[in-house]
Design a protein around this ligand. Structure first.
Ligand code: AMP
Length: 396
């Protein structure tokens, strides 16, 4: 993390300011995409007290009323309709690469061991398999590890037990910490991709397993897992003729969340940040300095290396320390301004591995956050006719 890296990408044909920064935090004096960003260690920045404002659940900006009056509006709607039609004629199976590897974990595996497997394979989730009943048993994600951490915090005297938990104990852990279990959704790979998207939005799942049934045995088979990222990438790569019509600035279409943002500082403890993610039901917390300048983003998946080897006590360490444990190939933090347009965001998704964009002003001050679910929601639902919604309601 010593190297002061410059933005790895600028995907802005029209001057839109979308840039990616590296894993190193952006310095307090760094410029945003209007100029090169100076990146340096967050630790060198003045710390402020851990964020103490656990605000109420953030609400996304309400999407503006459909006013398809100007040529820009009409073009935007044309683009959205084109993408929706595309999603209706493609299947989830189409999103899968020609060749891929799927790591499926046996439900009997120790949770502790599953961490190493995910880290060794460079993945952040895996389908679970119940080998006793030969059945799909759900999806392991960073949320499960966050639940284990909450369990550890609520029952610290049971630390010895935590190490002995198996993946099959995850549901019991949820019950003991009082978490409402997530609905286990899956889709058939040959169903329209549009259906998988609607299901993701309905359940707030960021990834869905594709489950098929073996013709001969009648048993379930997990084919793969599709994520919001994969779907948006698929749209970006294969549907440029429609994404290029999305020329309205994110400010005008109300894309993302701009109020009650959950933030933390480099000096906050990892536990504080996990607490924020749980309370707000979010997967990332922007890390800011005392002037609200963006330094980095702590993501739910950053929790995984923190508890590797059962080192739960390290959760008391700072966000700055935790972020320094990120893998060398970490893709970076993506930022944009409120004047950026969805077409250039799709451009960035086409070229890079983007999981969210942090909206900043010209002084790198945090303004908002655009998650992939915000983009998916806008692409699928904005201006959608009531009739369409009813029609799809029967599909999901
Ligand atoms: P995500 O967890 O990234 O799928 O985001 C779920 C919703 O929460 C989206 O509408 C985001 O815009 C919003 N969101 C994501 N991160 C934050 C945050 N740190 N503070 C407030 N809202 C957020």
């Amino acid at each position: 993390m010593d190297d002061a890296r410059t933005p790895t990408e600028k995907a802005n044909p029209g001057g839109a300011s979308i840039a990616s920064a590296s894993a190193a935090p952006i310095s307090a004096g760094g410029e945003n995409a209007n100029g090169p960003q100076q990146l340096r260690h967050g630790h060198e920045l003045p710390f402020v007290a851990p964020s103490s404002y656990l605000r109420p659940k953030p609400t996304s900006r309400t999407m503006p009323e459909k006013t398809a009056s100007s040529p820009l509006d009409k073009e935007q709607m044309q683009g959205l309709r084109g993408i929706r039609e595309f999603l209706k004629v493609r299947t989830s199976y189409d999103v899968l690469p020609l060749s891929f590897r799927l790591v499926v974990l046996d439900n009997d595996l120790l949770i502790k061991k599953s961490l190493n497997i995910l880290l060794q394979n460079g993945i952040v989730s895996a389908p679970l398999w119940d080998s006793r009943n030969s059945a799909f048993a759900g999806l392991l994600t960073s949320t499960d590890y966050i639940n284990v951490i909450q369990y550890y915090c609520q029952f610290p005297e049971e630390i010895d037990q935590v190490d002995k938990f198996r993946l099959s104990s995850l549901r019991e852990i949820e019950r003991r910490i009082g978490v409402v279990p997530l609905e286990t959704v899956s889709v058939h790979p040959m169903r329209p991709l549009y259906e998988a998207c609607r299901r993701m939005l309905r359940t707030r799942a960021r990834r869905i397993p594709l489950v098929d049934t073996d013709d001969e045995t009648g048993r379930e088979t997990v084919v793969s897992v599709i994520t919001q990222y994969r779907i948006l990438k698929f749209i970006a790569v294969n549907n440029e003729q429609h994404t290029m019509l999305l020329k309205k600035p994110v400010r005008d279409i109300g894309l993302g969340t701009y109020s009650s943002l959950a933030t933390a500082t480099m000096g906050s403890s990892v536990l504080d940040v996990i607490d924020l993610m749980v309370k707000h039901n979010i997967s990332a917390v922007p890390i800011v300095d005392q002037n609200f300048k963006l330094l980095n983003v702590f993501e739910a998946v950053d929790v995984i290396p923190c508890i590797k080897g059962g080192a739960y006590e390290e959760l008391a360490s700072t966000v700055g320390d935790a972020l320094s444990r990120r893998a060398d190939d970490f893709g970076g933090i993506y930022i944009c301004g409120e004047d950026d347009r969805l077409d250039s965001i799709f451009d960035t998704i086409r070229k890079s591995r983007v999981h969210r964009l942090v909206v900043v002003d010209d002084d790198s001050r945090l303004k908002g956050i655009i998650s992939l679910s915000d983009i998916l929601k806008y692409v699928l639902l904005f201006g959608e006719e009531e009739d369409d919604i009813r029609q799809v309601g029967t599909m999901i």
